[in-house]
Design a binder for this molecule. Structure first.
Ligand code: CTP
Length: 403
């Protein structure tokens, strides 16, 4: 577990299928990753795998009965305290019950009492998986934000093979951690169009060299992923990203500040929210050599003349249409907190954007790290957010305050 990852409270739900024995591996992987695991099994699950095994692996008592622990309203207590819930295996019956919101045992009531992200790992026979009822139920759950992991295709319980095998425990555990990081199942950005720029621009000197910066684009990519997860339709314009591109966003690749400027200008009016997380070069070499600069011609010293790039953020802020929200970023090396805020307030004023996300950068701070610490200022320079965490959780906190 890295510093930026918090210990999660994971509810591992087990419904009754042969793959229930593999749920032991899911619980084990999550416990070994440092998370707190509470197992809630259906009665039929406990006919496939014994409670003592599950208790030994999870280090917690296993719950199954709705009529035990009534005084503490157990399903509400477990459901509300969960950071994430996974059901592995999720049988066709369990999926059907969740799709209609039935609450007739501890696991289904726990899930209904929770707003935590839900991950389902279906396991069933191929015919059952492909039955129109199951297909429709899975579609409903997906549309409500559940993450479906698998099923894999392979050997089933009988002698036949096909899709229906539960995904492997490592894959399920990874999906659980990713779903928790993406935050609660909110669909508060449904219908919104969001443009995010990310990465660092490169200003060419000659066909093989450029002037660049150390931005990897991770915070911008996390913002795009988080916004898409919350229902927005997202376009990510990436300059030289050194991070995974979220599959949930439309992606446009650019390289120089000029290209970024032209791409943003052409598209910006389509969006409700524009987040300029890219580190844009303020200057570019005045002349770009068409062939490689050679030291035998350049001699002992090479002087670069740079000219100013257009300020994209200032330009789109000036031209924004009514209702459009524009967010800028400021990466600063100033060590003193109040001086940093003064610089940020000046920048907010100059750029004219609605919000400014400020973070401190340095030789070892800010770039290519999993975590981030940011302060967000509104138009009047008031602090509306100060937070630290993984780049994905910071992204969600930023999206929370952009109204
Ligand atoms: N930005 C931009 N176009 C530029 C330079 C910056 O759109 N040519 C945007 C960045 O994407 C970021 C914000 O402006 O959202 C702040 O960038 P920064 O480089 O910190 O601001 P500058 O105005 O260049 O100020 P400084 O003198 O501190 O470099």
């Amino acid at each position: 577990m890295t510093m930026s990852e918090k210990k999660l409270k994971v509810v591992v739900g087990i419904s009754g299928g042969i793959a229930a024995y593999k749920a032991v591996g899911v619980a084990r992987d999550l416990v070994l990753a440092g998370h707190d695991v509470q197992i809630v099994a259906t009665e039929s699950a406990l006919r496939f795998v014994g409670a003592p095994t599950l208790e030994a692996i999870s280090h917690n008592q296993v719950y199954s009965d709705l009529f035990e622990g009534v005084a503490e309203v157990r399903h509400v207590a477990i459901g509300q305290s969960a950071d994430v819930i996974v059901v592995a295996p999720a049988t066709a019956n369990m999926i059907a019950r969740l799709a209609v919101g039935l609450a007739d045992d501890l696991l289904s009531t726990t899930i209904l009492a929770s707003r935590a992200p839900l991950v389902l790992a279906p396991a069933m026979h191929t015919e059952m998986w492909q039955h129109p009822s199951t297909v429709a139920n899975v579609a409903i759950l997906k549309q409500r934000g559940a993450t479906i992991v698998g099923p894999a295709s392979g050997r089933l319980t009988g002698s036949d093979t096909g899709p229906g095998r539960m995904a492997e425990p490592e894959e399920i555990a990874a999906a659980v951690i990713a779903a928790a990081a993406a935050g609660p199942n909110r669909h508060d950005l449904e219908g919104k169009r969001v443009l995010v720029t990310a990465g660092g621009t490169r200003e060419p000197l000659d066909p093989v060299r450029f002037v660049g910066n150390r931005s990897t684009g991770r915070q911008g990519a996390a913002l795009a992923a988080a916004a898409a997860n919350r229902g927005a339709s997202v376009t990510l314009i990436g300059a030289n990203l050194e991070t995974e591109i979220p599959a949930s966003s439309e992606f446009v690749a650019v390289s120089s500040a000029t290209e970024l400027f032209e791409t943003v200008q052409a598209r910006v009016s389509d969006f409700d929210l524009v987040i300029m997380a890219a580190a844009v070069a303020d200057y570019r070499p005045a002349e770009v050599e068409q062939s490689k600069i050679k030291k035998e011609f350049a001699g002992e010293e090479l002087n670069l003349r740079m000219v100013k790039n257009p300020d994209i953020l200032a330009s789109i802020s000036r031209d924004r249409r009514a209702g459009q929200i524009i967010v800028g970023f400021a990466a600063e090396t100033e060590p003193d907190d109040s001086a940093l805020l003064e610089i940020a307030r000046g920048k907010l004023e100059r750029k004219g954007c609605d919000f400014l996300v400020v973070n401190r950068v340095g030789w070892s701070e800010g770039f290519a790290t999993d975590g981030n610490t940011v302060t967000v200022l509104d138009r009047s320079g008031n602090i509306v957010l100060a937070t630290s965490g993984s780049k994905l959780s910071v992204a969600n906190s930023i999206l929370d305050v952009l109204h």
